[in-house]
Design a protein around this ligand. Sequence first.
Ligand SMILES: [Zn+2]
Length: 465
Amino acid sequence: MKIILTVASLLVSCLVFAQVPFDTDKDALTIRSIFDTGLAKGDGYQWLHTLTKGIGGRLAGSPNGAAAIEYCRQMLDTISMVDTVFLQPVLVPHWERGEAEQVRIVNSAQIGTQDLHAFALGGSAATPQQGLVGEVIEVKSLADVQALGDKVKGKIIFFNRPMDPLQINTFNAYGNAVDQRASGPNECAKLGALAAVVRSMTLSLDEFPHTGGTRFEEGVKPIPAVAISTSDAELLSTLLSTAPQRIFIKTSCQRLADKLSYNVVAQINGTVEPDRIIVVGGHLDSWDVNEGAHDDGAGVVHSMEVLNIFSKMGIRPKHTIRCVLFANEENGLAGGKEYAKLALEKGEKHLVALESDSGGFTPRGFSIDGGDETTFLARYKRFKLLEAILSPYGIDFVSKEGSGADISPLRPQKVLLIGFRPDSQRYFDYHHAASDTFDKVNKRELLMGASAITSLIYLIDKYTL
Ligand SMILES: [Zn+2]
């Protein structure tokens, strides 16, 4: 029975993803026109200017977050070929940073008292109003915390494992270090730590603290958790190598009741198979400490530009192309989860979902992930063939390295997931730091990215990839 089913499903998949040969010459001309349109007539840079300079940081549940939703809804509505723009209601966690955090080394035998550059992590608790002081224990991993056991009680645990500079793709370096920020404070809280301090997730050695989400398990009482700059982490570690250190922390963060927010959705209906949807998206929320330019204002305008370029070129897609600007990626993923839940409830069929959440840098490639295991390899091979078509634009790889957080809840529905992969070398200089501002985004690089994504979406639609 199992064999019959497997053969049957293989036959179905062959029919579904029938391998129409690529019309390479014609595609080359169309893709040239897509880049011409994107580079000469793209609106993404102006949209990004308003999102960053006009609105600013867009933390989920904040007034800025609501303003960004309304702004993007209106802009998507101006794209002539767009058939529908709508908002998907979603409840998002509402966390507020409160007053500027204070973190300092106090009465150090070597340097006396010195302020550190710090941001509270999203999800951090407040300290008592007068702040707290505790002795610091440096660790390199969550396993180190477990090994300390009872010794963690009443201490401030300092996570100081740097991102690995030898990784070529900086996202791998981030992925291998971020457990300290995402889960470290929770492990500390379970063992009775006073607070947690995390080395900022960046390869740069500088004074910018980088915030980010931290998660506490159900039933674990959150503790204050802050990120300090890499230069301060180096200093603290050096001091600890010769004498014990105490630090003072004062935060006034608050977790308030969940708030109503929205995913912003706009689509151009397909002419041949309108029921099969191609999603292209990014997340509209950002941290409150910056303008959310690369993370993920760039991905938002990339996604809007796909509909814009199709519209400007008068390309009517065969499948429905849907731009989704997700709510609340940074501190909860509520928007992505709600989108997938509604898709399942409505029985929507997605051909692919693509996310741009790696910054507005020069486009380099795409990564393919998820999908149905019986068809994945065949589809992946077809995508690999696109490298030749896209390489004149500097996009020369299709890999199998993940996709995007907001689209990941579609994985159980076996949707093929795609991540846009721009050059990664500078992304973590700005990620979640005050320096992620409009001026860090290069107009040409941004529009090249939008054109690259539009080209891939065009080919996916044309060949039902
Ligand atoms: Zn992001």
